[in-house]
Design a protein around this ligand. Structure first.
Ligand code: FES
Length: 184
């Protein structure tokens, strides 16, 4: 191999090495630019978990018929119950392990599908493993528009009495503010 050929070979080796390092340099630069772009995007649009409000309005007392109203069960996890004395709100979370019971109007009972707890329309435990009665959420009336305001996190939870008919809480003392709106 002539000196000229050797020189050419060395030059092309040098060129490909330079190209290789160039590529690495550009790759690194692009990667870091991409990383900062993602960081900026995340800063501008942070991951936010939207929780449903815990205090909300559900309409006027007269918007609900007598008995159990299931319209807000899915959206708000509550049943609205109205009787001849007034209105209260039951939280549709089973006191055993937190499943959602179903209302059976023909039996006048809530029944939990997974472990079989049974509650009556007042939330008393009439069967199954539930250790407490259903919670009642606090309710009040907005003086301006007369709508019922529910505070989902403020709950009535009295100690039930163990009887032959289940875990029962006397009804009259439960029908008091802020867990009951008396009929006008
Ligand atoms: S969660 Fe309701 S009975 Fe178990």
């Amino acid at each position: 191999m002539s000196t000229e050929d050797k020189k050419k070979g060395k030059n092309s080796e040098e060129m490909s090495r330079r190209r290789f390092f160039n590529l690495i340099g550009w790759g690194g630069l692009l990667a870091s630019m991409g990383g900062s772009a993602v960081g900026t995007y995340k800063f501008m649009f942070p991951t936010v978990l939207y929780e449903p409000p815990t205090v909300f309005k559900i309409g006027k007392v007269t918007d609900f018929g007598m008995g159990v109203d299931e319209r807000l069960k899915k959206e708000r996890q509550i049943w609205v119950v109205r009787n001849e004395r007034g209105l209260y709100v039951l939280v549709s979370i089973c006191r055993h392990l937190g499943c959602t019971p179903n209302w059976f109007p023909d039996q006048q009972r809530f029944r939990c599908p997974c472990h079989g707890s049974i509650y009556d329309i007042y939330g008393n435990v009439r069967g199954g493993p539930a250790p407490r009665t259903l919670w009642r959420a606090s309710v009040s009336t907005d003086p301006v528009d007369n709508q019922v305001i529910v505070n989902f996190l403020s709950r009535q939870d009295p100690d039930p009495e163990s009887t032959a008919n289940g875990l029962i809480v006397e009804e009259a003392p439960r029908e008091v503010a802020p867990y009951f709106i008396k009929s006008a």
